[in-house]
Each structure stands twice: as C-alpha cells, then as structure tokens.
Design a protein around this ligand. Structure first.
Ligand SMILES: *Cc1c(COP(=O)(O)O)cnc(C)c1O
Length: 433
C-alpha cells in the first residue's frame, strides 16, 4: 500500500461512534476497529493493524477495495465535470455502460436483455423485479425458497426466509410461498419435482405464481449451492406454469462463482436477472434488472427513483467490464483459485472427521461447522489475528469465505492459514469446556 503515516488510534473513537450510531449497527460489532484505509484485499485500521478481507463488502467488492484501474476511470470522469447525477436522464456514461455490457457480457453469452436501472440497493431492484412480474402476469403469488435472502424492504423481505429479519418488520409479509431449496431434505429428495407437483395440482392450495425467485448459491442462507439439474428444472417449471423465472444474482453475480453470471454453468436463460453489489466494481451503489424484451411492460415513469443508474457508478461499472471481462483470463483465474480454496478447506474439514462440510461454488465458499459456537469463536479469533471473515446460515454456523476475486495467491493462503489456526484454537477451547 505504499508508505502510509498511521495515526495513533483516536482515543475512544469506537466508543464515540457507538454513542452516535443506532443500535442497529452490526458489522462494527463483529469487527471492532476503526478502519481508515483499504486497498485490494487489505483493510487498515487507525491503530496500524492490517487485515486480510475475506468479507469483501458482503460481495460488493469482487475487484477489491479501491481498485486502481477502476479508480482511474472515476478520477477522470470527476475531473471532466461530466454529469454525476441526472436522475435517469440520458448521458454518454449510461449509453457507454449499456453498450459495453451488451457487447462484452450479453452478446458473448447469447443473451439479450433490456436494462432497468432501479434505486441503488439490491432490495430496490428485487422490489422492481417482483412488481414487474406481477404486472406481467396479473398474479400475486411468488415462489421463493427456504433460506433465501433478497433484502430488507417489505417486498424483498417477504421473499426472505430469515425469521429474525422477518420478525423485525412487525408487518405482514404477504404474497410469497416458500418451497424447499435444492438439498433441503438431504440429497435423496428432489425438491424440484415436489414443487412441480404442487404447482401443477389445481387443488394444492398454492396460487399460481407470478414468478419463481431463486439464488443459484444462497449467500446469506449458508452457501447452499443448487445443482445444475435442479436449476434447470426450476426454470422449466416456471415456463410450464407461466411464471417469470428470476435469478437474484446480486451476491453471486459479477464473477463470484467463476463466470460473470452465476447461472451460466447451468445454461439458464432467466426472464429477469437482478444485479447489484459488485456491479459498479468499486463499492458504489448501483443496481439493475436485466429484462427479457417481451416482459418490459412498464409504462413510462411507472416505477421511479432518485438514484437510478448514478453516472459515477456506471462509469466504474464500465471500467470493471473493460478491465476484467474482455478476455477469459480473469474468470479462468477465479475458477482456479476457487478450486484451490476448496481443496484447502476440504483438507481442513477432513482433519476433523465428518463434522465439517465445505459448501458453495467458485470463490463463494463456506465451512459448515458442527456448532454455531465454533464458527463464532473461530471468526473472533481470526479477527484478532488479522482476518475479516463473517458467518452465515440459519444459525450463523457457516464460516463464509468471500475473498476479492483479484486476491493474489500469497494473501489467499495467508488468510486461509490464519483461519486454520483460529479454528484449531476454537476447537481446543471447545474441548476444554
Ligand atoms: C445483499 C443481497 C440483497 C440485498 O441487497 P441490499 O443492497 O442489501 O438491499 C438481495 N439479494 C441477495 C442475494 C443479496 O446478497
């Protein structure tokens, strides 16, 4: 990171922050440090500690912190006094983004979509996708899956499984039927044929859905990865029952699983794709829907928002595509590193018998621990040793590995080494209790 003059830790800064900020804050509790600078896979705290970041903004920083290639595009744009905010007015930045995305990402994959820029959060894009599906079909019900996560606004929350988040809304969360995700009842139960039976049965009690909304790997739900066959069946079911097939690729898209879209491995063709998190490439808020031409039934202005397709984020998003997606070098590297990570985690798991399992796909991996306590202690010890790693799953028992896709091998191994040592310490502690 070059030479950085590090200030001594501001006395009591964390305590001051706590006094100001709502009780709702969360990551500042799991990772108690005053983070002042970041670059690539590292975050620096004000008191001079250096952390390897395996959280990557919950998947919003696939290209690392303050990626200098992308930053140059932002710097240039700002220096030129080009339009930063223009609601959804036409700008060269927006045109360039859509042209680049269409030619580099979509055309290469034989996909064709219209772009809808929504409000800046993932949740607002999910809202728009659900609203559009209901408008297209005239139906209300939406099929979502156990342990699915789609955001905190009421529509998106309705489609999210987590009881803690749902209860916090203190509202009714209607219009969604939850069905078992792939593997929910173990490997021998085909939950896709279960869904098919229910939706084709005129008396099952389940209303015909406007949409089937799915994550190919459940990021918050515990790194459960759906199989190719299951995903293809779900897409087929959606077609057969006249529902739109929506892939929420907010966390697993933009290269996380090794290809730009997480559904490429299954050769899917979703009716709507939802993208956010790493789309801007720089951690700037940017969300959009990719909509199949025939389903773009919006009337002008029917769904709006102040911050749709912010131009600065469109500029960084274009740069990210230009830098990383014009050839297959980057995605080949992600796939290689994903395999490496998996092997290392599997070796760690096998050292401890059958009580651990490696989950996920590509560079979105999880280690399912026998107890939430082990996962919690490991993550806490890892942080003390300089690794930022979070937990997910219904009981927070899965340690979640989301390193930047641009991480170098040495740092990746260093992070995994810290994790392994932390796990060993956590297990020792567990035994002594
Ligand atoms: C993060 C996430 C969301 C919500 O995005 P926000 O920006 O937090 O509103 C929705 N779906 C998935 C799969 C996510 O990972």
């Amino acid at each position: 990171m070059g030479e950085i003059a590090i200030k001594p830790r501001t006395i009591g800064a964390l305590e001051k922050l706590e006094a100001y900020e709502s009780n709702v804050r969360s990551y500042s509790r799991s990772f108690p440090a005053l983070f002042s600078r970041a670059r690539g896979s590292f975050m620096l705290s004000n008191d001079g500690r250096k952390f390897i970041d395996f959280l990557s903004g919950a998947g919003a920083l696939n290209y690392g912190h303050n990626n200098h290639g992308i930053k140059a595009a932002i710097d240039g744009y700002l220096a030129s006094d080009a339009v930063v905010h223009g609601l959804d007015m036409a700008t060269p930045a927006k045109l360039q983004f859509m042209e680049t995305f269409s030619s580099v990402i979509l055309r290469e994959r034989n996909l064709q979509y219209r772009f809808q820029f929504t409000g800046p959060t993932g949740a607002s894009a999910v809202e728009a996708a659900l609203k559009l599906s209901r408008k297209v079909t005239g139906r209300q019900n939406v099929i979502s899956f156990t342990r699915g996560f789609h955001g905190m606004s009421l529509g998106a929350l309705s489609a999210s499984g987590n009881r803690f988040y749902r209860a916090a809304s203190n509202a009714s969360l209607p219009g969604v039927t939850f069905m078992p995700y792939d593997g929910y009842f173990g490997p021998s139960v085909d939950t896709a044929s279960f869904l098919r039976s229910l939706l084709l049965d005129e008396s099952s009690g389940i209303d015909s859905p406007a949409a089937i909304l799915v994550e190919t790997v459940q990021g918050e739900g515990g790194l459960n990865a759906a199989s190719k066959e299951w995903l293809q069946s779900i897409q087929g079911i959606a077609r057969d029952v006249g529902a739109l097939f929506i892939v929420d690729d907010i966390q697993m898209g933009c290269g996380r699983t090794g290809e730009f879209f997480s559904f490429e491995f299954a050769d899917l063709s979703p009716d709507i794709v939802v993208l956010s998190k790493s789309l801007s490439g720089y951690g700037l808020p940017l969300s959009m829907l990719l909509i199949k031409e025939g389903f773009d039934v919006w009337r002008p202005g029917e769904h709006t928002g102040t911050f749709r397709g912010n131009n600065l984020a469109l500029v960084s998003a274009t740069a990210a595509i230009d830098i990383y997606w014009r050839t297959t070098t980057f995605s080949d590297g992600v796939q290689r590193m994903g395999k490496l990570m998996r092997r290392r985690l599997e070796a760690i798991a096998s050292r401890h018998g059958n009580s651990f399992a490696v989950l996920g796909r590509g560079m979105a991996l999880g280690l399912d621990c026998p107890t939430p306590q082990i996962a919690a202690t490991t993550a806490r010890k890892a942080f003390e040793k300089g690794l930022i790693v979070e937990r997910c799953g219904p009981d927070d028992q899965v340690v979640k590995f989301l390193p930047a896709l641009t991480i170098d091998l040495e740092t990746l191994h260093e992070g995994l080494q810290i994790f392994e040592e932390s796990l060993a310490e956590a297990l020792k502690l567990e035994k002594s209790h």
